[in-house]
Design a protein around this ligand. Structure first.
Ligand code: SF4
Length: 310
């Protein structure tokens, strides 16, 4: 039996992690870490759309038992929730975290301590939630955490609104990419998050994530070790264009893709401003989404309970 080693250990031992940290730190001077391309100097705490300066801001960190089965296992996924976001969907379930000022700024050392704390709690992985705007801070903290004994997989839980350059910095660092493919239609993306280019960006970034880590590998204990786990939140009135997204995943990513079709959409934030988004989804809409995935040829689907839907 070969012992599991996360990707970042080799990257750390070879010195490549230092180079990535330097590059990422430099990128903060003219921040184009995500497709918003604000061009602000975050070293002097100038802030762009993500309202995050030089330090990452953390809202909470805890063993999370609501994540996918292969991430939560029996001891939970070690989630670290970052404040703010660069995509800013106006229906966000975590609206108070992503849109409003929450949490506290943390040093690289404090972020590293959170990772070690979660590992010591028995968590099966470190799960960075909404991390696209804090890639440099994650890399710098990771180096400290590795020196302190970090050895569990890293999960990058993203909206998919990342830049390819930022993802390249994460190559051989992140073990499990968990992108959300939200919607296909640029008009929906414009209305919900003022990011008409979201669908195009998501297609490219998910292809890049898959190139780096491949399909999801789940070990004998049922835990995810490496690969791609795609999420898709079903929206009311077909607004997510689920069928087209599922065909894209099966045909352009891999028919072996592991997909979690999520039923928990509920109107939050400013969803009432968007026609169709002011209501929860119905059970028949969720069932149709599962059928869309199956018809597209996707066989690895997270089991979801949708009894709470009408
Ligand atoms: S990470 Fe933040 S500052 Fe940088 S480009 Fe994206 S939104 Fe703008």
């Amino acid at each position: 039996m070969t012992l599991y080693e996360p990707a970042y250990i080799k990257t750390y031992n070879s010195g490549l992690l230092n180079q990535k940290i330097e590059k990422a730190n430099e990128a903060l001077h003219n921040c184009k870490l995500c497709p918003r391309e604000c061009g602000v100097d975050r070293h002097i705490s100038k802030k762009g759309v993500c309202r995050t300066g030089f330090r990452a801001r953390v809202v909470t960190y805890l063993p999370h038992f609501g994540e996918e089965l292969s991430l939560r296992g029996t001891k939970g996924s070690g989630t670290i929730f970052f404040a703010f976001c660069s995509l800013l969907c106006n229906f966000c379930r975590n609206y108070h975290i992503t849109h409003e000022t929450a949490g506290k700024e943390v040093s690289d050392n404090e972020l590293a301590e959170m990772m070690i704390f979660l590992q010591n709690q028995g968590c099966h992985n470190i799960n960075f939630v909404t991390p696209s705007h804090v890639v440099p801070q994650i890399l710098a903290a990771l180096k400290i955490a590795i020196a302190k004994g970090l050895k569990i997989p890293l999960v990058y839980d993203t909206s998919s609104y990342d830049s390819i350059a930022a993802l390249k910095l994460l190559e051989d660092v992140v073990d499990i990419y968990m992108p959300d493919f939200k919607f296909w239609n640029p008009e929906t993306a414009k209305l919900t998050c003022n990011a008409e280019n979201y669908p195009e960006v998501a297609r490219k970034t998910i292809i890049e994530m898959h190139r780096q880590v491949g399909d999801l590998v789940i070990n004998e204990a049922g835990l995810a070790e490496r690969g791609l786990l795609i999420r898709h939140l079903v929206l009311p009135k077909g607004l997510a264009d689920t069928a087209i997204i599922m065909k894209f995943i099966a045909n352009e990513i891999s028919p072996q893709s592991y997909v979690d079709i999520m039923p928990q959409y509920t109107p939050c934030g400013e969803s009432f401003k968007i026609p169709g988004l002011a209501v929860p989804i119905q059970k028949k809409e969720f069932k149709a989404a599962i059928k869309d995935a199956e018809e597209a040829g996707i066989t690895r689907l997270e089991e979801q309970k949708a009894d709470f839907l009408l």
